[in-house]
Design a protein around this ligand. Sequence first.
Ligand code: DO4
Ligand code: MG
Length: 275
Amino acid sequence: MILYRTTSGLFVEHDSQSHRLDESSLDALIAHEDLHAYLSAVIAKGHPASPVNPADLLAPIEHQEVWAAGVTYYRSRSARIEESKDASGGDFYDRVYTAERPELFFKAVAHKVAGPHSNVNIRKDATWSVPEPELALLINPRGHIIGYTIGNDMSSRDIEGTNPLYLPQAKVYDRSCALGPGLLIQKQPMPSSTRIQLEILRAGQAEFSATVTLADMKRDPATLAEYLFRDQSFPHGCFLLTGTGIVPPDSFTLQSHDEIRITVDAIGTLANRVA
Ligand code: DO4
Ligand code: MG
């Protein structure tokens, strides 16, 4: 079942039928004792509404913080070692890839997040920008993973590559994060065969595409969530992006008007244009 936040309220979609929720607060749903059971009951009542219009979709976030994990795939480790070699930063990425403690960093709050079919930004002072297509965990205030969505961890590679201490500037700026299109609510983990696909279109033509599966992720999502909740509380729950396994070649940088399409099995496609 997929939970959508739209301009006309919250909807749950199941078996191609959508059902409007009486509840209007996503925060309340995320804090629910058993969201899956609550939504199952709404679906069982069987009062289907009109299908959700993709143009009405909003980012599926209210008061949740968005955090991100880094260097959880070998491809991310290698690309970052390369981009930071002049700053002698490579060793840090190799060490975090093999360390027990993962890299976790703050990414966004709701006002910095782009929803489906809206614009993401590249920094005006960056020269090398890429999208990072990532599986995002939805975690409730009690630290349990209750769902999944698609995340785009937009990144300025030249800024991070100059000095790894510039990571917050390379990663955190207005509309540097996109989430959506909806929240897949399920208790069981995503299968390791789940594909994450990135397509970048320029003037309607494919400029870059690649696919990775969760089998390539070095970290267990539950362990990432456990580290995030160590000595930190999230009264409204939070999102945790789980890192990228796709990095375009070094010759590639995003341009204004590029369309970024990220597809994850069982969740859907998150499409955004670069402002
Ligand atoms: O270490 C820097 C950030 C890594 C990251 O965002 C990723 O691997 O997805
Ligand atoms: Mg990332």
